[in-house]
Design a protein around this ligand. Sequence first.
Ligand SMILES: [Zn+2]
Length: 288
Amino acid sequence: MPELPEVETVRRDLLTRIIKKKITSVEVFKDRMVKVPKKKFISALLGRKIVDIERVGKLLVLTIDTGEYLLIHLKMTGQLIYRDKKQQIGGGHSLSKEESNFQVPNKHTYIIIAFAGGGKLFFNDQRTFGYMTIVSEEELGLIKKRFGVEPLSWNFTLEHFTSIIKNKKTSIKAALLDQRLIAGIGNIYADESCFLAGIKPTRLANSLTAKERQKLFTAIRDVLDLAVRERGTTFNHFVDGEGKRGNFLSFLKVYGRNGERCLVCKDGIIEKSRVAGRGTHVCGVCQK
Ligand SMILES: [Zn+2]
């Protein structure tokens, strides 16, 4: 699932390619992939331009020159692939071998937006949980309120983090995955942050000492910072918006390493269990 670093990578890469280019056609092949009536969706975009792209958690927010917004959520398996005469680039969910050979549109392509100059944006989604929609400024304001603090922004301070988790009676893992508390952290970065902090994700959030909260706070920042710099974590044949692979995969310490020896203590074996409904990876030696 694309998380904050992967969505941020897509955002940065699309910024340099689709901004201020007139939208010349919009095709929707599965109506429920857009959350407004198809007619409304198409008329909101056709002939318009995207003037800015921001990110709220894992949600992409594209400003249309009419003052409305195009929202894109990739959810579990969504991908955005952009192609013009010179290049084809993709971001989001890991690409299959077929998709990495850039065969778009394919059977998972549900929306195509074409731009003046010949560029096309393809929205693929194997499991069809992702969506695009059009919202007003007011609606966007309400949506933004549902998201917690941006972990890479200045608003994310130790004080704020402490106030979020100090009295939480859920597991740390559940708290980190709760988008209403902190926006953008998913399964990979929750596990990696807990490992770096030396804290078991099963611990109750309210059981952390002040020192542990400080460690976890720093770990979240460090893990996400590095992941954004390395253009996210990717598997299989994934390529990002620049046609490069995300490099963070080689930095993962616990995620996806179940059954393997811990890279840090060289003693523990990484164990996988279910916490907060998600596969969770832990070194029983490094994490308390
Ligand atoms: Zn270890």
